[in-house]
Design a protein around this ligand. Structure first.
Ligand SMILES: N[C@@H](CCC(=O)N[C@@H](CS)C(=O)NCC(=O)O)C(=O)O
Length: 223
């Protein structure tokens, strides 16, 4: 039996969360290595040569130690048939997903904003979600009238767009009010069995960032 992928990261969402989402969607059981809480743990990984670019996330999977979030996501999506059926579908998936990655970067960095920047960064994050990214996904669904974003079958694009929607809604519950097709999309994708399970309390999904995780990341990475 293949060993479970093992994830090396903090006890928080950050750059690892989308990896958790894709594994969970694919129905792959995974485990978290001891969460990074101290500088010593991180330095041990560095000393062991486990982090190719001295960064996390790192995932042990199929006898590899993979780093670089996109490389890890590409591997999981390709392996589990979440990456379209041909090059053209893959190009569309990549475009849609890169939009979510840009938005997620804002969501991920927001809790680390300085007190002076917090309000401005919050407004920009919600503005970008509702004026730049969500309209695109709404239009894609409207134009082809299908249930999934690409190729009429589930892909990582659906998963990553749902992930972004849910994170934005934690900050702005009315974020989808102007997007009826995305509302239906959210309900549909959230109801797929593996995703529904991942959304249940007590799953391996990590919670909203709080001061504790910000403090831990700053301490471990000496930011
Ligand atoms: N391009 C990398 C960036 C990874 C990254 O910046 N990771 C942070 C933690 S979320 C880190 O390890 N920072 C330490 C450093 O860059 O020295 C990826 O996508 O995985």
């Amino acid at each position: 039996m293949a060993t479970k992928p093992k994830l090396y990261y903090f006890n928080g969402r950050g750059r690892m969360e989308t990896i958790r989402w894709l594994l969970a969607t694919a129905g792959v059981e995974f485990e978290e290595a001891e969460y990074l809480e101290t500088r010593d743990q991180y330095e041990k990984l560095l000393k062991d040569g486990a982090l190719l670019f001295q960064q996390v996330p790192m995932v042990e999977i199929d006898e590899m130690k993979l780093v670089q979030t996109r490389a890890i996501l590409n591997y999981i999506a390709g392996k589990h048939n979440l990456y379209g059926k041909d090059m053209k579908e893959r190009a569309l998936i990549d475009m849609y997903v890169e939009g979510t990655m840009d938005l997620n970067e804002m969501i991920m960095c927001y809790p680390f904003s300085s007190p002076e920047e917090k309000e401005k960064n919050f407004a920009l994050m919600i503005q970008r979600a509702t004026n730049r990214y969500f309209p695109v996904y709404e239009k894609v669904l409207k134009d082809h009238g299908q249930d999934f974003l690409v190729g009429n079958q589930l892909s990582r694009a659906d998963v990553q767009v749902l992930e972004s929607i849910l994170m934005i809604e934690e900050y702005e519950p009315t974020a989808l009010s102007e997007f009826p097709l995305l509302q239906a999309f959210k309900a549909r994708i959230s109801n797929l069995p593996t995703i529904k399970k991942f959304l249940q309390p007590g799953s391996q999904r990590r919670t909203e960032p709080d001061d504790r995780i910000v403090e831990t990341v700053n301490k471990v990475l000496q930011l």
